[in-house]
Design a protein around this ligand. Structure first.
Ligand code: FEO
Length: 133
């Protein structure tokens, strides 16, 4: 499980709220794997992660475009790479490869925590300069 910690905060309320929801969905996936290990539920929650990632990434990328953020391309590629992997994982689980789920969940956890603390932090100054709080 991932627990929200102030060290994850980017100091922009809309984005912090979205990150909290993102963490909640990943925790839900971890709980399903740990407690029921039901492939249908797992498939569903992985689909929710994909959908939520699209929504959240669009929030950030739209701000980046609006504020002319210099690292937009690089950041967008990281988002794209994550989305591609989650879709690929969804397909493997859909094909019945549930043993693979532990690896998936570990990847999702590590990616999100690392991305929030490293890549997302880089836009803080730019977003704040442009009035976000
Ligand atoms: Fe919060 Fe760049 O994802």
């Amino acid at each position: 499980m991932i627990e929200w910690d102030d060290k994850f905060s980017v100091g922009i309320s809309r984005i912090d709220d979205e990150h909290k929801q993102f963490i909640d969905i990943i925790n839900k996936a971890i709980a399903i794997k740990e407690h029921h290990d039901n492939p249908e539920e797992l498939k569903e929650v992985l689909h929710s992660i994909t959908m939520y990632a699209i929504t959240h990434f669009a929030t950030e990328e739209n701000y980046m475009i609006e504020f002319n953020y210099p690292e937009y391309q690089y950041h967008k590629e990281e988002h794209h790479d994550f989305s591609r992997k989650v879709i690929e994982y969804c397909e493997r689980v859909a094909d019945g490869d549930t043993q693979f789920a532990n690896k998936i969940l570990e990847y999702l956890k590590q990616w999100l925590v690392n991305h929030i603390q490293v890549t997302d932090r880089k836009y803080i100054d730019c977003f704040k300069r442009n009035g976000l709080k």
